[in-house]
Design a protein around this ligand. Sequence first.
Ligand SMILES: [Zn+2]
Length: 583
Amino acid sequence: MEEEKAGVGAGAAAGELGSRLCLAGAGRFSQLFSLLSAESLGDTRWERRKLTALACGDVEGKFDVLFNRVRAIQKKSGNFDLLLCVGNFFGSTPDAEWEEYKTGIKKVPIQTYVLGANNQETVEYFQDADGCELAENITYLGRKGVFTGSSGLQIVYLSGTESLNEPVPGYSFSPKDVSSLRTMLCSTSQFKGVDILLTSPWPKYVGNFGNSSGEVDSKKCGSALISSLATGLKPRYHFAALEKTYYERLPYRNHIVLQENAQHATRFIALANVGNPEKKKYLYAFSIVPMKLMDAAELVKQPPDVTENPYRKSGKEASVGKQIPAPEEEAACQFFFDLNEKQGRKRSSTGRDSKSSPLPKQPRKPPQPPGPCWFCLASPEVEKHLVVNIGTHCYLALAKGGLSDDHVLILPIGHYQSVVELSAEVVEEVEKYKATLRRFFKSRGKRCVLFERNYKSHHLQLQVIPVPLSCCTTDDIKDAFITQAQEQQIELLEIPEHSDIKQIAQPGAAYFYVELDTGEKLFHRIKKNFPLQFGREVLASEAILNIPDKSDWRQCQISKEEEETLARCFRKDFEPFDFTLDD
Ligand SMILES: [Zn+2]
């Protein structure tokens, strides 16, 4: 049994994952208490939130060895809430033992969660990439995602080994998988870190600044993408395997001393393979209180043996490949995998803790601005002569000083600050306008680039800039944004095609995003300063429209008469596409 560690450990601990554990929990408190260090006993609020867990390295088909060992431990120390398996769960040869668990002849003594395949031989065991039950009490988590228990414990998982070559085999993850996980989790302003990260490979460089990792050279083995993931996610515990050895690194810090506020430390633990002849440790016991239930001061308490962050120096190397685009996006449906929802049919569930809140119902009357607004359609300040189309909830207007004569804006009729705040019916019409404009511009040999800057603006303006097909490809546009962002130290994250900005940005959070004609989006969470003309500058640059002197809209102003003429032309051209005339 591992003792609780100071700092992270003292407050770190548990709750119940899923209702089955929840129901079993009450009767077990006396047993759980024996696991806890004396100082943490003082706070009974935390006791009830504490989960006890086991983490295990490569099982490689030795199910009997593992589960017999778990039974023995539970007999001695009391039941644990869950078992997390990283590395190879199945062996490479067909296994009679597995059949007995699969068919229920043999029982699994603990709720067990496993990662997917790391090689071609075992891919067939994991039928559903979104995760599924493999046997009673054994759940495959899925290729990647977040598992949130009813206690609030957050476990991020990434199955497989690193692959930089497309197409990625079924047992691998790509740079895109890593960047989408990072984006989904790290882009909200409240993001502090996650409780547990599960990966099969070690993160590259994990041994830097730490205690020796023995015969494993972490500069040579492991995955740089996982280092980058761990850097972004700041897990309190990170488990990995595949190297057939046990290594518990000294905890490392996630902040820069004297430059940043203290944050919680990370414990990296690599586990050996089950039943190895050298008797290296393959099971690790720990207890944890979900960080969202913890007191901030307790959470960031630094363990005495804390070291520098191993990935900081290698940050550049670790993020190589981050920008390599995958040819096809996968649907973002797997994020925020919720235990309650997923298992609700099988178990009674409290049903709380749903990540995706439904779109708020808005009253029919659109929101009103607090003062004068240039973009609320009903307000006297609006330049009506620029308006080219009016729908039920949105309207189109020519951009003042646009990059081209057909540069338009999609605007809500009512006063909404950003896309994040729109009600469902308004979102629906925004999407309709987007799709219609894409078709309209396509018919004129152009592709649409959209961007929104929710920073220093009060009324949503979705900029739609047509770029002639002959100018450049979508990838050129994407590259131009990524390159010019890098030059200005703006972190642009790729987010999957069907994902919703609402999932990433909280209402009120400042952000910028650009949407390409493929539906791909590049997202930047604005922390402090952001160049107001960034989107425009990139589009005006040599790489895209090549009209650098038009990057400032004030340079592009024309007379009201000219504006009226352009608007009249646009209305006429757009008429065949105008869906507002349909009924
Ligand atoms: Zn307004």
